[in-house]
Design a protein around this ligand. Structure first.
Ligand code: ADP
Ligand code: MG
Length: 729
């Protein structure tokens, strides 16, 4: 009988390091060579068209048809010069991946010839048949019209000879069906609200925009071993697998020397990323065996999100060349660390400052503190929707594990900033002295600039940590589209800025001096949002108890967490800032539930199939060998010796039967629960049934399967084992 595990293993033994195709140039020579960026635009566009596109990028101004035609013709000329043959609108539907529909540039003309064509209308808008993308009931399939519309704020690029044009994706009736639309709207909302706040401090600030620097974690597994694990292929994670005798306990992988095969893969990944203008900068080993991380220099949030989506695509494409498969799932292996995608978030201005970087003067520091405190207040008010923004079936397996933040949202700001906020909270307000009094006061509080340099003051257990000049949202899942947590964060902070502006403004209108008003409101916010600040160990059990006392939510599961998206408070928030309306939020809620149900359904079926088709037959095969052996022993030994020596043998035979019977029983019960869940009409009830009735059987079945893995003859076991999957040969 063929055992795919051994076929796969023998394939990995012959692996060579795949040579990297290094371009014969410096990075700076090919960096962005596949991007229609500002430099290229200057070269290919008329002055007028260039200005128009710049205004669209910087100020959100509309581009008229004539200019669009010019841009289309320029982008076509550029793309053809790079060997592109096709073009495609590139967007982020709610499936979670990216979508493309390629059209050739070619257009037939008379005389049996063809010419390359690409016009303004093809750049601006397309109508992909959108009926198969999730829309949560917004779009009836028979009116299957979705539009993609050009997003000039993210540059076009060439991937595999195809010109890709980043676009938004909306329904015929105008509702957004993607991740990008609400993100762009949230960027506008935070700009509007942020400017007003900043102008209390500096009249020159006329633009505020979020920045994102993501850190992407992932696992590499040999492609042959991957193919021999149906669970990795279908679910992206292992549903069975006994822990390896050695995994991460020696901490010898973290920041260790990168394996030559992995290093070659990373080098190729970086070359491809750099060509596409993704500013990848960092690469290193992560904690678990065969776990890695890469991170770029931060960028404006919309571009950063597109770049992350593109990077996830490149990870997949480039890994194949190196006979690897990239696992982006949050928890591919039980017992070792899972993967996250840290979202480093901050706010920048047209004046070139980072609003979350402490300043040099007391006045600058007041601006910094105002922004910081507003973020904390926003987080406190809206922690539930922040939690919801990172909820997924796969992230549920990671959050609250030993290596990842819990499902409770809290913020860490470090000892020094805590002291600063405490000092402000305790200060008396000598009203009437205005700027002078503020200057005096800020001089008196612990020096802020030092924290920038002090990187030792870190808490890696916090889901939302201030790290010197940005917040690091660590609870985001590794496979997630960053857009969702980012548009939620932007929107809640936009709302908080709006309130802050109003409160300060109304005091000023009542003849309170500006500085006093700002100080007063900040003081109040520090008090109000205290419950969201936690400096201790977020992984601990005590924190769960403490957080409950503080009134913070703790939604351990996706169906629970997602409800926040349709709460009246959150609907009002998103409608007020024109990011998503009620219909869109309800549709998204439904899509997320549906996705959750389907993921669990796939895993549940997988567990049934693997148990019945792989595990049980293999176990019986081995058990038969043991039975035969016992019979043989009985023949050749005298009764007394036989009884003495066969005890263990018989015991193992019994154990195998017990495990098999437990597995059969649990699989049957799980299948029953699955059938019952499928019959439910309501998506909410179905998701809850999958979560609370079906899912508990996953661990029950696994327990017995993993026990069998320890007992059964290694030569018969059909699935590559953890020790084989996790260590690159
Ligand atoms: P680590 O958290 O692993 O120690 P760093 O602190 O060096 O790593 O940076 C992590 C990420 O933070 C990088 O991707 C970096 O680009 C990003 N980052 C730094 N400054 C900002 C900022 N102002 N806005 C957004 N992201 C930032
Ligand atoms: Mg980090």
């Amino acid at each position: 009988m063929e055992n795919f595990r051994f076929i796969a293993l023998s394939e990995t033994l012959d692996r060579q390091v795949v040579p990297v195709s290094y371009p014969s140039l410096k990075i700076s020579d090919y960096y962005g060579s596949m991007v229609f960026n500002e430099t290229v635009m200057r070269e290919y566009l008329t002055k007028e068209a260039f200005q128009s596109v710049k205004l669209a990028i910087d100020k959100g101004k509309k581009i008229d048809r004539k200019v669009a035609d010019q841009v289309a013709s320029a982008v076509k000329a550029w793309a053809l010069s790079k060997g592109a043959t096709h073009y495609s609108h590139w967007f982020h539907p709610l499936t979670g991946t990216t979508a493309e529909k390629h059209d050739a540039f070619i257009n037939p003309v008379s005389g049996g010839k063809a010419i390359e064509e690409f016009q303004g209308n093809e750049l601006i808008q397309q109508e992909p048949d959108a009926s198969s993308f999730p829309s949560g009931g917004i779009r009836n399939t028979f009116e299957a019209r979705g539009y993609t519309a050009w997003d000039p704020t993210s540059p076009a690029f060439i991937l595999d000879k195809t010109l890709c044009i980043p676009t938004i994706f909306v329904s015929y009736t105008g509702e957004s069906l993607d991740y990008k639309t609400p993100l762009l709207k949230s960027v506008e909302a935070i700009d509007l609200a942020g400017q007003k706040v900043c102008q209390f401090f500096d009249q020159n600030i006329t633009k505020v925009y979020p920045t994102l620097g993501w850190e992407q974690e992932y696992f590499l597994v040999d492609s042959a071993l991957f193919a021999a694990r149906p669970d990795l292929v279908l679910a992206g994670r292992t549903v069975f697998g006994h822990i390896s005798a050695k995994d991460q306990q020696l901490h010898d992988h973290y920041f260790g020397i990168i394996h030559s095969r992995a290093r070659a893969f990373m080098s190729d990944l970086e070359i491809e990323s750099h060509k596409l203008g993704i500013p990848l900068k960092t690469r290193h080993n992560e904690v678990a065996p065969s776990q890695f991380e890469c991170a770029p220099v931060f960028e404006e949030v919309n571009v950063a999100v597109d770049h992350n989506q593109l990077l996830m695509h490149l990870l997949d494409v480039v890994s194949r060349k190196h006979h690897f498969k990239v696992l982006l799932h949050e928890k591919p292996y039980e017992s070792v660390n899972g993967s996250g995608k840290h979202n480093n978030w901050s706010l920048a201005t047209n004046t070139g400052i980072n609003l979350l970087a402490p300043g040099k003067t007391p006045e600058d520091n007041l601006l910094f503190i105002a922004i910081l405190v507003n973020v904390l207040k926003a987080l406190h008010t809206y922690e539930e929707v922040v939690r919801a923004s990172i909820a997924s079936a796969s992230n549920d397996l990671r959050l609250g594990g030993n290596e990842a933040p819990p499902a409770i949202i809290s913020a860490f700001i470090g000892e020094q900033l805590t002291a600063t906020l405490d000092a402000i909270e305790m200060m008396e307000n000598h009203k009437g002295l205005g700027a002078d009094s503020i200057r005096e006061k800020l001089k008196g509080i612990p020096k802020i600039p030092e924290i920038l340099l002090d990187n030792t003051d870190r808490n890696r257990t916090s889901p939302f940590a201030f790290t010197g000049n940005k917040f690091e949202f660590r609870a985001v899942g590794s496979i997630a589209n960053c857009a969702k947590p980012m548009f939620v964060l932007n929107t809640i902070v936009a709302e908080q800025f709006t309130l802050f502006y109003q409160e300060v403004k109304s005091q000023i209108d009542n003849n309170v001096m500006k500085e006093d008003a700002i100080f007063e409101v900040i003081k109040q916010y520090i008090k109000d949002s205290k419950a969201i600040r936690f400096e201790g160990n977020s992984y601990s059990e005590e924190w769960k108890i403490e957080a409950a006392k503080r009134g913070l939510s703790n939604h351990a599961t996706t169906p629970d967490a997602l409800k926040a998206f349709i709460s009246p408070k959150v609907i009002a928030l998103f409608e007020k800032h024109n990011v998503l309306n009620k219909r869109e939020l309800e549709a998204r809620y439904e899509i997320n539930l549906d996705k959750y149900i389907r993921k669990l359904q796939i895993e549940s079926r997988l567990i049934s199939d693997l148990s019945i088709n792989h595990i049980i037959p293999t176990s019986i095969l081995y058990q038969n060998t043991l039975i035969e052996n016992a019979r043989g022993l009985k023949e050749v030994l005298d009764q007394k010796t036989y009884v003495k020596l066969s005890r263990n043998q018989v015991q193992t035979i019994k154990e195998i039967s017990e495990h098999i019977s437990e597995i059969r029983q649990f699989v049957e019960m799980m299948t029953e629960e699955r059938r019952a869940a499928n019959r439910l009409e309501s998506e909410v009830e179905k998701a809850e049934a999958y979560c609370y009735k079906v899912k508990p059987y996953f661990e029950k079945v696994r327990h017995h399967v993993d026990k069998l893995e320890q007992v059964i003859d290694d030569r018969l076991w059909p699935l590559p084992k953890y020790r084989e999957l996790m260590f690159i040969k």
